[in-house]
Design a protein around this ligand. Structure first.
Ligand code: SF4
Ligand code: SF4
Length: 389
């Protein structure tokens, strides 16, 4: 077995595993983090296979499991999987759009031992929200779902992805989360790879909209201190410091696709030439310790300058690899969100130009047949061509 690179002699276990139980979803958000080529239902792991994954995760030392998708509640075995996760000692979080489950099915999930729910909203304004998700009637269902969560005594986080169509209502989205008795609201600007990159012009907010949103969040934090936690994830294109994407590649997190491929982050399949191992062929522990996809950007040995000689390299780990690829053509570049990246100013200019042009129509997320192999899929599912420059 190859020794894990550059993160100490003993590789710590991942803290969390995100299970993409399915890529099916009633909504079609144009910034969806699922890949352009999604897994078909017939390729999804069975109940027994997911239970084995949960057993292996617990044995490996994982603490939290996130049930996600697509829309995880379309899997009829979700309550059974939640119960199994709890039985093996995992903290369970459901990440849902809230439109697909009946009250009876939600009650089954709560009774199975669900610990926490993250509910996505597309906007506080129902009409815009339903245009973004391309699903009529979604908002009323979401608000109803939030009530079920709180009535069951479960903690609720509201997730809102912001873009040029809703960023002016950040304050209203925070107020909506308060009215739903949420414990936390996460307002996240779009990250541009996969579907969001395809929709960049339709989604990119102007810089002045972004600045106004910061002021709104700051004021809301002061006003609502002690009542709700407000997290704000700023847009990379208007930042100068990259995020520590996934807390570092292969350091804390594993993502498992509906068909069982194990990824260091949900967008990793956009990177050509990485080979992703499957839980159908290897154990989770083997994949964590020696999968070539996890080794590719683990630690700091892979970094070229400016990251190699930067004193922040073990703080932000060079930022997002998928964004570096999508925007510069190389996954090994510093994230262009970094002010030290030679691509940074070009990107900022490109973002400003896109945000000031008229917004094109959304290209909605939809399931198309999967490509025959990972490398074939990667060549077409991301963009290996630089966007800027
Ligand atoms: S981002 Fe939208 S389309 Fe994608 S899984 Fe979530 S709700 Fe469904
Ligand atoms: S140069 Fe690299 S390590 Fe330094 S701040 Fe930028 S992205 Fe982070």
């Amino acid at each position: 077995m190859n020794a894990p690179r550059n993160i100490g002699s003993k590789l710590p276990p991942p803290m969390a595993v995100l299970l993409e139980l399915t890529h099916r979803c009633p909504l079609q958000c144009p910034y969806c983090s699922n890949p352009l080529q999604m897994d078909q239902v017939k390729s999804e792991l069975s109940t027994a296979e997911w239970k084995s994954v949960l057993d292996q995760a617990a044995k490996l030392g994982v603490l939290q499991v996130h049930f996600s998708g697509g829309e995880p509640t379309v899997r009829q075995d979700l309550a059974e999987l939640i119960r199994h996760a709890r039985d093996v000692g995992l903290y369970t979080n459901l990440i849902t759009s809230g439109v697909a489950a009946s009250k009876a099915r939600f009650d089954e999930m709560a009774a199975a031992g669900l610990d926490h729910v993250q509910l996505s909203i597309q906007d506080s304004d129902a009409e815009t929200a339903e245009k973004i998700g391309n699903y009529s009637g979604a908002q009323a269902k979401k608000l109803e779902f939030a009530k079920w969560v709180r009535a069951a005594g479960l903690p609720l986080t509201v997730n809102a992805v912001v873009n040029r169509h809703n960023i002016d209502r950040v304050g209203a989205m925070i107020d909506l989360a308060v009215s739903l008795d949420a414990h936390r609201v996460e307002i996240a600007n779009v990250q541009y790879y996969g579907w969001a990159l395809k929709n960049l012009g339709a989604l990119m907010p102007r810089f002045d909209q972004f600045e106004a949103s910061i002021a709104t969040v700051d004021a809301a934090r002061a006003r609502l201190k002690g009542k709700i936690v407000i997290d704000y994830v700023v847009p990379d294109y208007y930042a100068r410091v990259p995020k520590a994407c996934m807390n570092g590649w292969g350091r804390r997190f594993m993502n498992i696709t509906p068909a069982g491929k194990v990824l260091p982050c949900h967008a990793a399949e956009t990177i050509p030439d990485l080979k992703f191992d499957s839980v159908r062929e290897m154990t989770l522990a083997e994949i964590w310790a020696r999968s070539s996809a996890f080794e590719a950007f683990r630690g700091t040995d892979w970094m070229p300058d400016p990251c190699r000689s930067c004193d922040k390299r073990e703080i932000d780990w060079g930022g997002c690899r998928c964004q570096a690829l999508a925007l510069t053509g190389s996954a090994a570049e510093a994230d262009p969100a970094c002010g030290l990246s030679p691509w940074h100013e070009k990107l900022r200019g490109m973002a400003e130009a896109a945000s000031q042009a008229a917004a094109p129509e959304f290209q909605y997320r939809r399931i198309t047949p999967a490509k025959p192999s990972t490398s074939e899929s990667a060549k077409t599912s991301g963009t290996a061509e630089p966007v800027a420059g």
